[in-house]
Design a protein around this ligand. Structure first.
Ligand code: FES
Ligand code: FE2
Length: 448
């Protein structure tokens, strides 16, 4: 389905941050989509995999940067390489397996063979057909311009000018990842769940900040006894906004609750029930890494553009990978502590599978709504009417902690969603990284 309208891509503004409105054609326009692949995905730092997925030389994992397919592989020196999965001869893929272990990448078309660092090492007919006139040095697999890892989480960018990963993540992005990394010695459980939903990727992202919908969208899960209705009655929402579009929005586990838990832990008390899952927050190490505000976060972080950290239940990451304006592929990575027993893992995987992922009750509810919202951006007249993100706009304020961390603590609101779209627009308008660095908005201060 192609839906390009020249007047849409040329618009001065798609997002009105003062009114809290968003031009819904950004969910269906083909030219906007192509621009997103270049200006957001190729430019940004994209989560590729966790280092525990590549335990030895030769281990590889197939991933994506937008629609560019990449192979993450541990080379012979033990370094993680991120290589574009496309043969320089005719463009064929050189790796068709989702993950595994190999000695090299062999192209199934004419048999060029590439080493684990992407170097072209063998060409059939090099002497006889090419008569040795082929510059093998120049014809290796293309490498991602930048590859860096934060606490074992591997990211890559296709832009030389990207700032280093930690600068890019900033404190909000780092707290997001720390919500998994600081729990212990974590690893990815084998088996990434993947499914596709007929929706624009941005609608799947903005939903992870949305604490307005659960009572309605997930009413059936409440009636089935899967979600405790009491748990949905709370009205508080803590929001942290980071540079370049990162955000965290959702529950605050509370300063007093954390202080109490610390006391019980320090006294060697027996912690039972859901509080057990929070004990990791009481360590000095966690507070040092995440700061006094970050360590209280029980919300949903998104590492811009498309990495959701879901840490309220079994720790998971979900990538929302674009497949055209009308389709999104969801990849669920489930984490466990290395020393967990088989039974503990099994229980965690069962919960994870029944909440999110293709068999997850909540995701089925959500996916249908994202899909219908996407369809609602296509019609010639329907698509003209902006959608609304004004909840809380102009009514709340940013609290600035002495640590330098800042947050909005208020009732259910749409501050994080609006921040996402506002930042998205800045990425889309910027010509380059230097342009984006210079012209992106700092997170708001004072009244919001
Ligand atoms: S396309 Fe890969 S060897 Fe020809
Ligand atoms: Fe939901």
């Amino acid at each position: 389905m192609s839906n390009t309208r020249p007047e849409v891509i040329a618009r001065e503004s798609w997002v009105d941050a003062d009114k809290g409105t968003v031009d819904r054609r950004i969910f269906s326009d083909q030219a906007i989509y192509q621009q997103e692949l270049k200006r957001i995905f190729a430019r940004g730092w994209n989560f590729i995999c966790h280092e525990t997925q590549l335990p030895e030389s030769g281990c590889f994992f197939l991933s994506y940067i937008g629609e560019d397919q990449v192979i993450a592989v541990r080379d012979r020196q033990g370094e993680v390489q991120v290589l574009l999965n496309s043969c320089p001869h005719r463009g064929n893929t050189v790796c068709r397996s989702d993950q595994g272990k190999t000695r090299s990448f062999f192209c199934s078309y004419h048999g060029w063979n590439f080493d684990l660092d992407g170097k072209l090492v063998a060409v059939p007919g090099y002497e006889s057909y090419y008569r040795e006139k082929l510059d093998k040095e120049q014809l290796g697999l293309q490498k991602a311009n930048r590859v860096e890892s934060y606490k074992g989480f591997v990211f890559a960018s296709l832009d030389d000018d990207a700032p280093d990963l930690e600068t890019y993540l900033g404190w909000v992005g780092k707290v997001g990842i720390d919500l998994i990394a600081e729990r212990g010695d974590m690893e990815v459980i084998d088996g990434i769940q993947k499914n596709r939903i007929q929706c624009n990727w941005k609608l799947a992202v903005d939903n992870l900040y949305d604490w307005y919908h659960p009572k309605v969208s997930h009413g059936s899960a409440v009636r089935a006894g899967m979600i405790d209705e009491e748990g949905l009655r709370y009205m508080n929402q803590m929001v942290m906004l980071g540079e370049y579009g990162h955000g965290i929005s959702g529950a605050d586990i509370g300063e007093e609750n954390l202080a109490q838990l610390k006391q019980v832990v320090a006294a060697g008390g027996d912690i039972q029930g859901p509080a057990q899952g929070q004990v990791w927050r009481t360590t000095d190490k966690a507070e040092e890494a995440m700061g006094p505000v970050g360590v209280r976060s029980g919300g949903h972080p998104n590492i811009f553009p498309n990495l959701w950290v879901s840490a309220a239940g079994p720790p998971q990451l979900c990538l929302r990978i674009p497949r055209g304006p009308f389709e999104t592929e969801l990849w669920w990575f489930t984490f466990a502590e290395k020393n967990q027993t088989v039974e503990e893992r099994r229980a965690a995987v069962m919960v994870a599978n029944h909440v999110f992922g293709p068999s997850g009750l909540l995701e089925q509810d959500d996916g249908e709504n994202w899909s219908h919202s996407t369809r609602g951006s296509v019609g010639a007249v329907t698509g003209e009417r902006p959608i609304n993100f004004s909840m809380g706009l102009g009514q709340d304020k940013m609290t600035h902690d002495a640590s330098g961390q800042s947050y909005i603590d208020t009732v259910v609101n749409e501050h994080a969603q609006l921040w996402l779209y506002r930042s998205w627009q800045e990425w889309m308008k910027a010509e380059s990284w230097p342009d984006l660095v210079k012209n992106h908005s700092a997170p708001p201060t004072g009244d919001v």
